[in-house]
Design a protein around this ligand. Sequence first.
Ligand SMILES: C=CC1=C(C)c2cc3[nH]c(cc4nc(cc5[nH]c(cc1n2)c(C)c5CCC(=O)O)C(CCC(=O)O)=C4C)c(C)c3C=C
Ligand code: FE2
Length: 421
Amino acid sequence: MTPLTPASGASSGHDGISRRRLLGTAGAAGATGLVLGAAGGAAAYAVAVESPTALSTVGATGVAFHDRPHQAGITEPQQAHGHLAAFDLVPGAGRKEAAALMRRWSSLSADLMAGRPAGDGDTGVALDAGPSSLTVTFGFGRTFFDRTGLVAQRPPGLDPLPAFSSDQLDAGRSDGDLWVQIGADDALVAFHALRAIQKAAGAAARVRWQMSGFNRSPGATAQPMTARNLMGQVDGTGNPKPSEPDFEQRIFVPSGSDQPWLDGGSYAVVRRIRMLLDDWEKLSLHKQEQVIGRRKSDGAPLTGGTETTELALDETGPDGKLVVPENAHARISAPEQNGGAAMLRRPFSFHDGFGPDGTPDAGLLFICWQADPLRGFVPVQRKLDRGDALSAFIRHEASGLFAVPAAPKKGEYVGQRLLET
Ligand SMILES: C=CC1=C(C)c2cc3[nH]c(cc4nc(cc5[nH]c(cc1n2)c(C)c5CCC(=O)O)C(CCC(=O)O)=C4C)c(C)c3C=C
Ligand SMILES: [Fe+2]
């Protein structure tokens, strides 16, 4: 098997049965697949897929699992379909079983992300489809280190998040030894991966909780745009961009930390945030915009300009009041209001039906990435907790914090440096 090569556009040959036959020719991606770069034009990691009939760009786009600085699913564009799952190691399973599991999961994910089947027992759910930008990302929760006898290797970044006054957390849907994030631009490809990952857990680990979400489909808008959430707001504008000089240091763990196994990794904070849509939708457009501090139509600051114009936080209106209110979400969460604290938000929306009274169980599977939760999520959430106008319309219902190692080299598995040193 030839390795997937970063940035070259080369694809992998494969000895076994392919879901759709894979090309082994460098440079073929232009004809049959799409070279997918990390958002904003950082290094590209591509898989090209040949099909008997040409796949659409959406189906043909593939993302490499190995041989890249960071795991896939962090800087790639948000996919249309997502699944999050936390697993707990079964009683009696320890470091050896965890290592074997991570080896199985890594090899399986590399196959699935390249559009190959999930081994002999493939369910056929994703047959006919290309990789569809599938990414599978793995993280370790705090308890993983107790279960595997690796407490000395647990990084301080995994210290429990503080309790926030507005938390209404469900322990059964929070935390977990292992975390898997799956994203794809095809719903069947995403489900196929989720089921394959669950089955590959075998007797080593059991699902603790699982959540599913979605984003806009590629091609749904005239040109690619920042996503909207279920409140209708443009959400993601202020995200750090890979082209910014401090992007890497804000989002990824630098080398030289106390825990070398996490070099180039990141921390994911996951929150299931219910939106109280019945209340939100009763607000006038003006009030909704005051809550956020940005226009709903195009995400531009209330102080004017376009989506990407900086908020003029000190600007006052004719009435002498701040144009972006003191408690506006965009003001309170801005890095300059939080000692530079920044995070890369890469959420999925969710909708899990309606309650007996018709209340939607819908909101945001908020996922944010940072080099250190104490310099990302924690200070910002502390401040939001104290005075965010949005708080009246949301409820944090579940929470998780996971250390996400760098991507493995070809032939290695995620977390190998942790589990084998
Ligand atoms: C603790 C971190 C954050 C939580 C929790 C959070 C929840 C949340 N946010 C929105 C909607 C928007 N957020 C926006 C900006 C924004 N939010 C955070 C952090 C949290 N949000 C940050 C760091 C920022 C960026 C600030 C900046 O860079 O200036 C916006 C504005 C557009 C944008 O920049 O993305 C919206 C809209 C919801 C609905 C929500 C919970 C459900
Ligand atoms: Fe926000």
